[in-house]
Design a protein around this ligand. Sequence first.
Ligand SMILES: [Zn+2]
Length: 369
Amino acid sequence: MVMQSQDRGMTVGLRGQVGELCYRSGLLHSLQRVRSWVQKDLRILAYHRIMPLPDPSTYEFDLELISTPPERFREQMLLLKQRYNPIRLSDVAAALNDGKSLPADAVVVTFDDGYDDNYRNAFPILRELGVPATFFVSTGHIDSGRPYAYDWLVHMILVSDARQMVLPELGVDVALSSDRHARRLVATDVLCRMKELGALEQTTMIQRLEQEWQMPSDTAPPDCRPMSWEQLREMHAAGFEIGSHGVHHWMLSKLPLAELESEVRDSKAALERELGSVPLLMSYPVGSTRAYDDRVIAITRDAGFQLACSYTSGTNPQPLSNRYALNRLAIERNMGKGWFAAMLTMPHLMSYPTPDYPSGRGEVPACSH
Ligand SMILES: [Zn+2]
């Protein structure tokens, strides 16, 4: 198929193949039962977008944000319901507060960012199956129609008429070919490099490119639309949890103190203003170890948040050692049914490793959002 040959990011790799083999062997269920006796750890799944897999040769946004298509998401949630114990993130906070342990095979489902496909595609499936979930949203984007800045940056690089891109902040001066895949590689490189900049410098750089290329983000097409407060109110009323992913989706550790405090407190105020009383749950934007630090954790805790999720790959052994740096298991779009099942059973072997960010070594690491 055209899509498979062109989307080199779809390569399943060794983990995926081993996962499918384990799944087909029929041993996973027994393995899971044994594991749940010896290892009491909390698994938190991290999703971004739930949407049909597009043709990469024509899709104009960041493919890496697509976690899984709706039909596969439904399979995944059915598996959770049948073989695991899906619980709410606030149940984790309550257990921690009461000094109680979590039920065996506890799994939490989370979403980052707040794309409107979460409402259109994920919410109906979760509601139908009765699987709880937490949606972390960047409150400044809700109702705005404005795309998330990193996704818009990828879009600009993919479709701009420009033939050269110069970003002095990153030491980037690169020709833009007409090949969409080549442009995706450039975009990935830029995304990774720019996450070493301060958050405000990142914003300035993206806004400058918008002006230079005359591609203002307020003309964004519906493909990258965030949810509305009305949608979130409906999800909240149906029992789903809505948490903070900051206001502007800025990397919190890369902000001056005043802006960091505003991101945490203003996102909390927006959630409470729009939704009423909510359990205060946080997911740090980008979420890698360079996206939060002791200062971020202290401000999150002092603002009243009960828990916070990182994007560090892993499970959370009980008793939980740091409720403000919970590990998660990222779900990626090339994860088939068998790989997903094997990843839940053997997360340490089958999950995506956490990208390493060796600052200053000039390497281009894999990125998280
Ligand atoms: Zn995010």
